[in-house]
Design a protein around this ligand. Structure first.
Ligand code: ARG
Length: 650
């Protein structure tokens, strides 16, 4: 194919042109897919194989130093040694191919580099035309991706889900930020997304808080700061309660040692003291007694109001606040009937339990109703899942909750299957993550969620003020500091893989080092500043293209082209860390491009001088403008996936 031929293909690539009919090949949204397709067609022609087969042999090497695409040679001709066909392949590979000028054989791989002259012509218009949609792929969210007429798939994301009786914990923070990301990326991939918050607003902890309220509550202090007063009460009553909990545990252990009934030993202790008061309050609440319900409603509303403000500051929203309290009694009854009818749950010492070894697990007992007759977390969740499937008719539900919920969701999964709801069970995914440590050590007890943001903000202040160029760029005000602090917090959570633990450290997250939130905001703002007064054009002359064929700008463009690939990966794995790492690669390469030739004679950079030089650089060449605008688009879209709003847009 000639250069003109490739350009003709690309001319037809408007957003409504048909996509490739190869499976999972999205030429309209992913430049690398387009390059893979063109390469596959070429390889198929040379070797006489199916394009589909050749396509599957082409990977993305993940690092531009290893090329833009890699062909795994043994996959091209299964069963044939590469040495037997590679010489012929290389001989027949067109010399000076306009897009793939110099493939290299490296062991069992063929490394393919895209032509630096061709790339800007092909892909700068591609990116500029797609703008805020670059990186998105709405076909993935369609029930049938080949058919435009098909409806969008429905995703329910349940996340954040704090427990209203006590502090907003680290796991809730992480769930909030991850859940918002999961929702965003699915929306960008065309899914119809509903965000719900399943509050821990029922059961024993609420009852305990009611006991605390009855003992120590003050209307005045409550009026002053409801959430703070409730946290105070919770800790007061919990302090009194903990010795009883310890005694009950001890009685159980001793009974076990002596071969006596463990439950009975506990019943004795739990029928007195705060245990008794709590269980009574719990029963009143379950029975819907007026005083208990009134209290519950009051504290629920107060907390929701407080959470909402916090979420709004983080840029997170919910379509629905639901919670354990909202599960309908009818549904609970329905589930229990089914469990008993199918003999999935059995009576044991007054409680209703499921012996998990009967349902595909090695061990474990799951409690459906405790011996006081109260519903459990598990029973409520089984009913909640059923209700949601009826209300939303979702294709998939992702529940973002800490690993401490893993056993619980394994039980939910197996019990639903045992109930004959395998299909529903398979639609549910528990996105678990390891804990963020040190949040409560840092903030103490009785902190409200907004304290998390205030803490990051306070750490941000001296960092920003120490950096002159940044202070100028961000117009040093409280608004900017707050926004930077929030970005720091978001990126600190999103940059850690879900299975890796990390600690809440406001000093680390608020630096301007590569890979932090403030650094990302900085490069975005700097780009906007550099581009100020310029308009990017898709029409590039040969002279413009020459400028971009140099090493640094060409590397930047090659990295930019990977963006949709990274997004797809992150969408498949639900790992935002890949996007964060990628964006810092973009900003590092951008730094190399912007700083090229502006080092002073001694080789060291002078901040003020750099500032002046940035202004000088405003005489950018048209090619540079288009490239930097493309980089800006990628940064903005990447931030949007992650839930960050550029400071310049606030
Ligand atoms: N409130 C729970 C916790 O703090 C998280 C809720 C998880 N979702 C669910 N459907 N059970 O761990």
């Amino acid at each position: 194919s000639s250069a003109a031929g490739i350009q003709d293909i690309l001319l037809g690539l408007t957003l409504d042109a048909p996509n490739s009919d190869l499976h999972d090949c999205h030429i309209l949204t992913n430049p690398l897919d387009l390059c893979r397709l063109l390469l596959a067609q070429l390889l198929a022609e040379i070797l006489g194989c199916e394009p589909e087969e050749a396509y599957r042999a082409i990977q993305w090497p993940n690092n531009i130093f290893n090329g833009d695409l890699t062909v795994t040679l043994p996959k091209l001709r299964p069963g044939v040694k590469p040495a037997e066909f590679v010489p012929e392949l290389m001989k027949k590979f067109p010399k000076d191919h306009p897009l793939f000028p110099h493939p290299i054989i490296d062991g069992v791989h063929m490394r393919v580099f895209l032509s630096p002259e061709m790339l800007p012509k092909l892909f700068i218009p591609y990116i500029l035309e797609r703008k805020t949609s670059f990186g998105n792929n709405p076909t993935l969210g369609r029930l049938n991706s080949e058919n435009v007429e098909e409806r969008r798939k429905k995703l329910l994301v349940e996340f954040s889900s704090p427990n209203i009786a006590n502090e907003f914990q680290a796991k809730h923070l992480r769930s909030t930020i991850l859940g918002a990301f999961v929702s965003n990326i699915h929306e960008h991939m065309g899914w119809d997304v509903t965000r719900i918050n399943y509050l821990g607003d029922w059961g024993k902890p609420i009852a305990l808080l009611k006991v605390g309220w009855d003992k120590f509550g003050s209307h005045e202090e409550y009026k002053d700061d409801p959430v703070h007063h409730l946290l105070y009460l919770y800790h007061q009553i919990d302090e009194l309660f903990q010795p009883e909990v310890a005694a009950s545990r001890q009685a159980r252990d001793e009974a076990a040692k002596n071969g006596q009934d463990e439950g009975e030993a506990q019943v004795d202790i739990e029928s007195r003291g705060i245990y008794f008061e709590r269980n009574t309050a719990s029963k009143r609440l379950e029975d819907g007694e007026e005083g208990a319900v009134e209290f519950w409603k009051l504290i629920r509303d107060a907390n929701i109001e407080n959470y909402s403000e916090f979420y709004a500051q983080l840029g997170v929203r919910f379509d629905e606040y639901t919670g354990e309290s909202q599960v309908k009694p009818e549904t609970i009854t329905e589930v229990e009937h089914l469990l008993k009818e199918k003999e999935i749950c059995k009576e044991s010492a007054g409680a209703w339990v499921v012996h998990m070894q009967d349902f595909g697990l090695k061990a474990g007992t799951a409690i459906i109703r405790d011996r006081n007759g109260a519903t459990t977390y598990l029973l409520r969740d089984l009913a909640a899942v059923l209700e949601r499937s009826r209300q939303y008719d979702f294709d998939k539900m992702i529940i973002v909750a800490g690993s401490d919920n893993s056993v619980h969701f394994t039980h939910v999964h197996h019990i639903l299957s045992a109930m004959g709801m395998e299909e529903l069970s398979n639609k549910i995914q528990h996105l678990k993550f390891t804990e963020t440590t040190r949040l409560s050590d840092t903030l103490g007890t009785m902190y409200k969620p907004e304290a998390i943001i205030e803490h990051c903000e306070a750490a941000m202040l001296p960092v920003l003020e120490a950096e002159e160029e940044k202070t100028v760029l961000f117009k040093d005000n409280m608004e900017a500091i707050k926004a930077l602090g929030i970005s720091a917090l978001l990126i600190s959570e999103l940059s850690t893989r879900t299975a890796t633990s990390h600690s809440f450290n406001s000093i680390v997250m608020t630096t301007f080092k590569s890979g932090t939130g403030p650094e990302l905001q900085y490069w975005y703002a700097k780009l906007v500043h550099v581009l100020d007064g310029h308009t990017a054009s898709s029409e590039l002359s040969d002279e413009d293209v020459d400028v971009l064929a140099d090493d640094e700008p060409s590397s930047l463009l090659r990295i930019i082209l990977q963006f949709p690939e990274i997004i797809r990966l992150s969408y498949q794995t639900l790992e935002p860390a890949a996007i964060v790492a990628y964006l810092s690669t973009v900003t590092e390469q951008l730094a190399d491009c912007l700083e090229e030739g502006i080092e002073d004679d001694t080789g060291s950079k002078d901040e003020d001088e750099e500032n002046i030089r940035i202004k000088e650089e405003k005489t950018l060449k048209p090619g540079q403008i288009s490239l930097y605008e493309s980089a800006r688009i990628v940064l903005e879209n990447g931030m949007a996936q992650l839930g960050l709003v550029p400071l310049t847009k606030l």
